[in-house]
Design a protein around this ligand. Structure first.
Ligand code: SF4
Length: 283
């Protein structure tokens, strides 16, 4: 999404300020549809949140119960997805892009296995046994230098003077720099909290504990500032009648392959051609 200015504008500029226009509603619904793979990942987070809540109340789940709970969470998310697709029925093209599905067995197994590996991780058990956990809503935002930032950790954990923010990175991490940058983001607006990230990579959970320095916090605030300037610049390219002529397409056709709204985009099957047409219109 962030790799395509046009998708960004459609999602956060046009769909976010929706009127009752049917195309805008179609955009909103399309952005809400995730692939079963992503839904599987989201269901891991749902399951772990429920697990932690019950654990704190003294209820320890068996492995079978973890599987059952994961399957329920995944089923619920798939049903939700299917019901959005059903609402798109009147739109011929989307119906051929989005297909209703059932939870796939192999995704159920992958998801349940990742949940079980996390809750059986010794450091995770130690945290659960020694600290008071609180779930942090995924939609919680922070206002940083006038910019609303959505990047929340999953739990806070406290005991005496020890205080942690815990994040489950379902999509792994590409480098230690990325882990440090995430930690700096999560730490904004807090003081003296250690950031713990559990990241799934190469078949296991990796754990990183980070204490963010003042300089790292300053750098991430600067990055947020620059990002928000760039977002504003892109949003200003939209004309008063939601004209997208000047809004660039994605850099690479790989981005389009995973785009939820490609059926509405001139670049859907021919990115380079669409870019060429846009250039000629702007000359
Ligand atoms: S299809 Fe490609 S260019 Fe069009 S909005 Fe999606 S990612 Fe961007």
């Amino acid at each position: 999404m962030q790799r395509c200015p046009r998708a960004f504008v459609l999602r956060y500029g046009i769909a976010a300020h929706a009127t009752n226009h049917p195309t805008v509603q179609l955009l909103k619904n399309s952005f809400a549809i995730q692939t079963p793979w992503i839904l599987m990942q989201m269901s891991i987070r749902d399951t772990i949140r429920d697990y932690v809540e019950d654990y704190q109340m003294g209820m320890k789940w068996t492995t079978n119960l973890v599987r059952l709970k994961f399957n329920q969470a995944f089923q619920y998310r798939i049903e939700d997805r299917n019901s959005i697709i059903t609402q798109l029925k009147e739109w011929k093209e989307p119906d051929s892009v989005f297909r209703r599905v059932k939870p796939e067995k192999h995704l159920e197994e992958i998801g349940a296995e990742r949940c079980i590996k996390l809750i059986e991780d010794e450091s995770f058990i130690h945290l659960l046994d020694t600290m008071a956990f609180k779930s942090i809503p995924a939609t919680r935002s922070k206002r940083i230098d006038g910019v609303r930032v959505y990047n929340s950790s999953d739990f806070s954990a406290e005991k005496g003077e020890h205080s942690f923010l815990i994040r489950i990175n379902l999509f792994g991490y590409s480098s230690i720099d990325q882990i440090n940058q995430n930690a700096a983001l999560f730490s904004l607006g807090t003081e003296n909290k250690t950031i713990i990230q559990y990241s799934w990579k190469n078949g296991k959970w990796f754990i990183h504990k980070t204490n963010v320095s003042t300089n790292e916090k300053k750098s991430i605030r600067r990055l947020i500032h620059l990002d928000s300037l760039e977002m504003e610049r892109i949003l200003k390219l939209v004309g008063s009648k939601n004209n997208l002529e000047r809004v660039p397409f994605a850099d690479s056709s790989r981005t389009c392959m995973h785009c939820s709204i490609r059926f509405l985009c001139p670049a859907k099957n021919r990115l380079e051609e669409a870019k060429g047409e846009q250039m000629s219109l702007m000359c």
